[in-house]
Design a protein around this ligand. Structure first.
Ligand code: ADP
Length: 477
């Protein structure tokens, strides 16, 4: 099958969150399974242009809002996928993928991602890649299915192209003033509530949800939740209910090579399930020393590796943990929201023996935290899939998580973790108490073993995506 993936981020080129892990892994796994895979990404400043050998001799003139924007395509064969970078320096050669140094969204994000969407389709034509399926990810690529069905509907090149759109997080919608849709080249007739209009704005996410042949999201539970209420569906629940038959939840996997405690070069000691007790003890000792935490008592080490965002429920974690710092040690790695950052700083200042907070994005430290910790805290208010809890389990760090979305689909109590109600600090405290008691008891090896034995490989999910591509194509035939 010829599969074109388009996204706003993918490892190892550019990453702000789990989306990059998923798109990077999925494109490689599909390629390795024998499909002809082509991945389109914007050429941001972080993508080292010197490392991109191939380029099209002639720039493409990409139509946009009555004019045309010159864009070049930079090509790289990366393992089993062909990667095309949409190079348009005025729009993408700047710091920050979506947000500037001031912490605010780039003011021209509408134009940037409209141009990217159009360039994906023009680019596919220019390089002669006639896709059987175009698989889009999140709002930044939402206009692709809309362009295909409105602007290219009579173009024989795409006559048999089916589309699949994946929601990684419905809270991010790409909503802009209606004028943005005109700038992107849509007619007033497209700005209706059954197409791009969304409460007086134009929504790039909605464009994807309306026009794609099949929709997916990243866990079965989240697929149900986003249809069930406005609180979880963020206003898209009615549309998703109408498209329920075409909406499938497919759980993300993790890259078992990158996240492998047996071979991880970031760790002071490596281990597998059989040697986890000793290996993790060595990692724990090294981390406590590195962070200046008191390791004289055999207390469980609780880790957080997360974006600092209200979604993640970390304010609830602070509330629940404040009175429990004589029962555990806490190590937090995260960046984002300033009030959460200040709250963690304050906790660490108050209890330097028990709490360490490291602000920033630090991949090697994240690896060391997953390995050193006994418990991994993820009390999200909502969680489309979540990778952190899966990575933690692979490293034998047992999750204490909220029963929502992908967390509900991957963590079971009793079994491989501890669960609480989302948004409930009191219940989180009780889950922590159960986890601390279990850590101190004789059965801990079995809980940790169950976590490490959980299967989060990509293979099953990739097969499900391929099945869905087939369904989308059948619907177009
Ligand atoms: P989300 O995509 O909502 O941020 P996920 O759990 O799906 O959350 O994915 C988060 C990914 O980003 C994981 O691979 C996690 O290890 C990594 N991560 C999050 N915060 C940091 C950080 N501050 N430093 C290093 N890695 C981080």
């Amino acid at each position: 099958m010829k599969i074109l993936l388009a996204a706003s981020e993918a490892v190892p080129f550019c990453k702000t969150g789990g989306l990059a892990d998923v798109v990077g892994a999925l494109s490689q796994k599909l390629g390795a399974a024998g499909h002809d895979v082509c991945l389109f990404l914007p050429r941001y400043r972080v993508v080292d242009s010197a490392a991109l050998p191939g380029g099209l001799a002639r720039p493409l003139m990409v139509p946009l809002g009555g004019g045309a924007v010159p864009v070049s395509l930079r090509y790289l064969q990366y393992k089993s996928a062909s990667v095309y970078f949409v190079d348009c320096p005025p729009l993408f050669d700047r710091d920050g993928l979506y947000v500037g140094a001031d912490g605010k969204d780039h003011p021209d994000n509408d134009l940037r991602f409209a141009l990217f969407c159009r360039a994906v389709l023009e680019g596919a034509k220019a390089v002669g890649f006639k896709p059987d399926v175009v698989h889009l990810h999140d709002w930044q690529t939402g206009l692709v299915p809309a362009y295909l069905r409105r602007h290219y509907k009579n173009d024989p090149f795409f006559a048999s192209t089916a589309t699949v759109f994946t929601i990684h997080n419905i809270a991010y919608q790409g909503n802009f003033p209606l004028a943005s849709a005109a700038k992107a080249g849509f007619e007033p007739s497209d700005l209706t509530p059954d197409r791009l209009e969304y409460y007086g704005q134009c929504s790039f996410l909605k464009a994807g949800l309306v026009f794609a042949d099949q929709l997916t999201t990243v866990s079965p539970s989240y697929a149900v939740e986003i249809q069930a209420s406005g609180e979880r569906g963020f206003g898209m629940e009615g549309l998703l209910q109408r498209r329920s038959v075409e909406l499938t939840g497919i759980l993300n996997g993790i890259d078992l090579e990158v996240w492998n405690p047996e071979k991880d070069p970031c760790l002071p000691a490596r281990y597998d399930a059989a040697s986890a007790a000793d290996g993790k003890a060595a990692c724990r000792k090294a981390l406590l020393a590195e962070c200046g935490l008191d390791g004289t008592k055999e207390l469980p080490l609780v880790a957080v590796v997360s974006r600092l965002d209200r979604q993640k429920g970390l304010d609830l974690a602070i509330e629940a943990l404040s009175s429990r710092l004589d029962s555990c040690r806490l190590a937090v790695l995260g960046s984002g929201d300033a009030s959460l950052r200040d709250a963690f700083r304050e906790l660490a200042r108050r209890r330097p023996d028990a709490v360490v907070f490291r602000e920033g994005f630090d991949d090697p430290f994240a690896h060391r935290l997953y390995a050193a910790s006994d418990l991994f805290l993820m009390p999200s208010r909502f969680e489309p899939c979540g990778l952190g809890q899966m990575i933690a389990m692979r490293y034998g760090s047992v999750p204490v998580a909220a029963k929502t979305g992908g967390l509900a689909d991957t963590v079971a109590e009793p079994g491989n973790g501890f669960l609480c109600r989302p948004g409930d600090a009191g219940d989180l405290g009780l889950a922590l108490d159960r986890a601390f008691a279990a850590r101190a008891g004789g059965g801990w090896g079995a809980v940790r073993g169950a976590a490490m034995a959980s299967d989060f490989s990509w293979e099953r999910s990739v097969q499900r995506y391929v099945g869905l591509y087939g369904l989308a194509r059948a619907g177009r035939a």
